[in-house]
Design a binder for this molecule. Structure first.
Ligand code: IDP
Ligand code: MG
Length: 153
């Protein structure tokens, strides 16, 4: 099973969408295996968004991500990285398809509700950035056989 990082951004928290967004991942069948609420800092954002550091909007992005706490979640499931990415929708939310999280709850390229890892390799790197081994909860999901075929578990 794959694991991926979701960050519920400050706007998600402030707009009261935390439950709605988590509910979507739950209903899809993903398993929540770690979660915590933190205040992000410049230091961690410089690393997390290093690929955007030269962009003119980077200072605004960093300020937006520090404007309130965020909620870090690790979701586990079959093909979880792509499933979660598809559920989030396009980065530029004004173009995101209705039915996606961004397409239903946001208008902005910056203020777009969630961060989701973009590859399995980056998911591992990002999860290690925010979680330590003891943050993960190991528990049985008794409904897995109703969610998956044997070769998908
Ligand atoms: P992603 O979040 O869909 O993976 P990335 O290109 O990795 O998109 O960008 C990370 C974050 O940076 C976006 O979620 C968004 O908040 C912000 N961002 C990306 N492109 C723009 C832009 O053109 N204007 C403003 N903010 C942007
Ligand atoms: Mg990205």
């Amino acid at each position: 099973m794959e694991r991926t990082l979701v960050i519920l951004k400050p706007g998600c928290l402030q707009r009261g969408l935390v439950g709605e967004v988590i509910s979507r991942f739950e209903k899809r069948g993903l398993k929540l295996v770690a979660m915590k609420m933190v205040q992000l800092t410049d230091e961690i954002l410089d690393v997390h968004y290093a690929h955007l550091k030269e962009k003119p909007f980077f200072p605004w992005l960093r300020d937006g991500m520090k404007a309130a706490p965020v909620i870090l979640c690790c979701w586990e499931g079959y093909s979880a990285v792509q499933v979660v990415r598809d559920m989030a929708g396009a980065t530029r939310a004004s173009k995101a398809v209705p039915g996606t999280i961004r397409g239903d709850f946001s208008m902005s390229a910056q203020e777009n509700i969630v961060h989701t890892s973009d590859s399995l390799e980056n998911a591992t790197i990002e999860l290690d950035r925010f979680f330590v081994e003891s943050d993960y909860c190991d528990y049985i999901s008794p409904l897995d056989s109703y969610k998956y075929a044997p070769d998908e578990m």
